[in-house]
Design a binder for this molecule. Structure first.
Ligand code: NAD
Ligand code: DAU
Length: 353
């Protein structure tokens, strides 16, 4: 892992991953390709700006000529593909963007990596690649669909995505799988549960609720608030990805989760408690269409085969995360631009953040 292409590195998990990589791998250099959509903010990366091992390229993963030229210029040996449209609620409003970014964007990256890494790129029967190269697709537990009160997702759970977002991520996973089966591409897919931590765009549950509580605004809880998510601190997600890059078996899928199942309403109440705000701020609103009731990750494969373990307890992670958002109000003001305000008004009927 020397020359790494990170896509979507100006987003929540990508920016955390860039910090993680530059901290833990002194020999690594990182090129961050990011289109800087509403969700991408260079302010997330201000502490790596002067690092000679880091380069930012503003561009779209669907821009084939650009992606090819980057492979020629930087000779990547590793691709960690985060870039995506990532918000379920937005996918309900604008599904096509999710399909082109998440599926065609992934395929464009795979094509460029194949052309650059394959020893005989024009021989369709050849399956030989340069030593040590790897493409990692960052996927999600949402591709498995929803669970009832029992059971967990394993890597062999059939895909059953319910939202345009999760369907686009499942489509991307299928393309990655096909490039491995047909062309012998050295790939991995990781499927992670809900992340929380610093630099998450405040349209997602935890930063949205912290921000609204801080400003005594209503906290919009969908439906009965009893939907369950399995929370993982973003730095544990980063260490899991690094573990897969180092030790993962080519072609394999790895689920990543922290065994922290919580109902949404529990999270909302915890935030209100830490902020010393009243539960009267909780406002039950109309449910998300097609809302998945429960996710839970069985992480046995990555823990037993690769020796990865999450370092954070949920209590410590949430405490630090809430403090981080309270200390970074300027960051929130900067990232919640006019475009975000329009989206918020559309989603929540004019309530201000
Ligand atoms: P995010 O929305 O915070 O960031 C996405 C980044 O991708 C942004 O910087 C954006 O500018 C960039 N981007 C979007 N379209 C692009 C394009 N066409 N070309 C180049 N860049 C583009 O997302 P996130 O929460 O950091 O998620 C990162 C990845 O992890 C996604 O693939 C997501 O599906 C996956 N994932 C997220 C979670 C989670 O809880 N957030 C959990 C599991 C998996
Ligand atoms: O499971 C992994 C997925 O987690 C990732 O693949 C997605 O990219 C990421 O956005 C996240 O999806 P969710 O839909 O689970 O996350 P979100 O923060 O949008 O919502 C978490 C839960 O909180 C969900 O049950 C919906 C609920 N919710 C969310 C918002 C924004 C509310 O009740 N009110 C809200 O205002």
């Amino acid at each position: 892992m020397k020359n790494i292409l990170v896509t979507g590195g100006a987003g929540f998990i990508g920016s955390n991953f860039i910090y993680y990589t530059l901290d833990h791998y002194q020999e690594a250099s990182v090129v961050n390709l990011d289109a800087l959509t509403y969700a991408g903010n260079l302010e997330n990366l201000k502490d790596v700006k002067g690092d000679p091992r880091y380069t930012f390229i503003k561009g779209d993963i669907r821009d084939r000529a650009l992606v090819e030229s980057l492979f020629d210029r930087y000779d990547f040996d590793t691709v960690v593909h985060f870039a995506a449209e990532s918000h379920v609620d937005r996918s309900i409003l604008e599904p096509e963007l999710f399909l082109t970014t998440n599926i065609i964007g992934s395929q464009t990256l795979l094509d460029a990596a194949k052309r650059h890494w394959k020893l005989a790129p024009d021989d369709k029967y050849s399956r030989d690649y340069r030593q040590g190269v790897r493409y990692l697709q960052v996927s999600t537990d949402e591709v498995y669909g929803a669970l009832g009160p029992e059971g967990m997702f394993t890597e062999t759970t059939p895909l059953s995505p319910n939202s345009p977002y999760s369907a686009s991520k499942a489509g991307a996973d299928m393309i990655v799988r096909a490039y491995h089966e047909t062309y012998g591409m050295p790939v991995n897919i990781t499927r992670c549960s809900n992340n929380y931590g610093p630099y998450q765009f405040p349209e997602k549950l935890i930063p949205l609720m912290i921000h609204n509580a801080q400003h005594d605004k209503p906290l919009p809880v969908y439906g009965d608030g009893m939907q369950i998510r399995d929370w993982l601190h973003v730095s544990d997600h980063c260490s899991a990805i690094a573990t897969v890059l180092e030790k993962g078996k080519i072609g394999e899928i790895y689920n990543i989760g922290g065994n922290n199942e919580k109902a949404n309403i529990e999270i909302v109440k915890l935030i209100l408690r830490q902020l010393g705000k009243p539960e009267t701020l909780i406002t039950y609103v109309k449910d998300r269409p097609g809302h998945d009731r429960r996710y839970a990750i069985d992480n046995t494969k990555i823990t037993t085969q690769l020796g990865w373990r999450p370092a954070y307890t949920f209590e410590r992670g949430m405490h630090e995360t809430i403090d981080w958002y309270l200390e970074h109000t300027e960051w929130i003001e900067h990232v919640t631009s006019g475009a975000y305000q329009n989206y918020y008004d559309h989603m929540y009927g004019g309530a201000k953040v």
